[in-house]
Design a protein around this ligand. Structure first.
Ligand code: SF4
Ligand code: SF4
Length: 357
């Protein structure tokens, strides 16, 4: 029997949902959604579950991740019930539900906790740099080590257990008994979606949607390759001209594209950017800061000014620590990961159903 949470509707509003109670269940939103199929119908079903407080059904569903927030459903809703925004809010809620630490939910619901965490990390970095008595070269070396250990640590301690929890809620608990060969067969889906987000191209074929997909694609590639360039090719210490220019291009792409995204959020140009939550702002601003400060640090190294203007590295290091310890494990960055795994699990479920026929 389904468990009903009478407070679910209130709870989900803390994650950004608005006006979904206005829905009178006409089904227009599902009819216009290009990504909704007979096997996976949404968003109306998710609105119904949310209104009724069917929390377990939502927790075990991958459907919120199948939506790419094109906004078609919200524009066509006769009741202005904002189904697109509800799907986005459910993704935030799911992120908090998968997170075993509980910190994700706290950060989403209380901006003061978010800001407090950011300030605490700022104080820790500034304190470390100014009171450690270490030379600037050694501090930069520690910055590089931090990047490597933070990535490995955050993945092993936070993200991997959360992905396992997501798998448990969406595949194991609903009793999908897929043989191991199905897991291997579906694996390509994970990487294709992680790098290309190609499902978004299934949204209505408009110029805006194509541009948004392209910008997003370049941003993901630039971010992942800058990570590789700084961590494995040691961008700040290398003397390889190719690697130096590669890093410049990647970091420039990040701050240029995030500037475009920030301006879209300010101007509220499309449905996706109309209802920005603090977590959306933190994500895009910190990604912008990551791009621009890493570009500036490398430029100062090349101009032989890094010792004189070392405070620029301090800013970069602070942004990096805040990004790696708050936004990546608990903030909007996780959507990138969970969405890719949702596509993978969805494919496993689909292949398993075909096997049973
Ligand atoms: S959200 Fe709007 S379009 Fe969708 S079922 Fe409800 S009233 Fe209809
Ligand atoms: S925002 Fe777009 S993809 Fe998401 S449910 Fe609405 S129509 Fe479908």
């Amino acid at each position: 029997m389904s468990h009903i949470n009478p407070d679910f509707a209130d709870d989900i509003t803390k994650f950004g949902a608005k006006d979904f109670n206005l829905c009178f269940n006409c089904g227009n939103c599902t009819a216009v959604c290009s990504l909704s199929t007979n096997d996976a119908t949404f968003p109306r079903e998710m609105i119904r579950y949310s209104t009724l407080g069917l929390e377990d059904e939502i927790k075990s569903s991958l459907k919120p991740w199948l939506c790419y927030y094109c906004g078609e459903c919200s524009s066509d809703c006769p009741r202005q019930a904002n189904p697109g925004e509800l799907m986005m809010s459910l993704r935030r809620w799911l992120t908090a539900t998968y997170d075993w630490t509980g910190l994700s939910g706290l950060l989403y619901k209380h901006m003061s906790v978010y800001i407090g965490g950011m300030i605490a990390l700022l104080a820790a970095v500034v304190g470390f740099i100014y009171y450690s008595g270490l030379s600037k070269e050694v501090v930069m070396h520690y910055g590089h080590l931090f990047e490597m250990f933070a990535i490995a640590g955050v993945f092993a301690v936070i993200l991997l257990p959360n992905i396992i929890r997501m798998w448990y809620f969406t595949v194991i608990k609903p009793k999908v008994k897929a043989p191991i060969k199905v897991y291997f067969k579906a694996l390509s889906e994970l990487f294709v979606h992680m790098f290309t987000q190609k499902r978004f191209l299934g949204c209505e074929d408009t110029k805006e949607n194509r541009t948004r997909w392209l910008l997003h694609f370049i941003l993901v590639l630039s971010y992942l390759s800058l990570l590789f360039t700084t961590v494995f090719l040691d961008w700040f210490s290398t003397s390889s001209t190719f690697v130096i220019w590669l890093g410049y291009v990647e970091s420039a792409a990040i701050f240029i594209i995030t500037t475009v995204f920030m301006s879209m959020r300010v101007r509220k140009t499309d449905a996706m950017h109309k209802h920005s939550q603090p977590s959306d702002w933190f994500f895009v601003i910190w990604l912008f800061l990551m791009g621009i400060t890493s570009f500036a640090v490398r430029l100062l190294i090349d101009l032989n000014l890094i010792n004189t203007l070392f405070w620029v590295f301090t800013i970069h290091f602070t942004v990096l620590v805040q990004w790696a310890l708050i936004i990546v494990p608990f903030g909007k960055w996780t959507h990138f990961l969970y969405r890719s795994f949702a596509m993978y699990f969805e494919r496993i479920i689909g292949l398993n159903n075909q096997l049973k026929k």
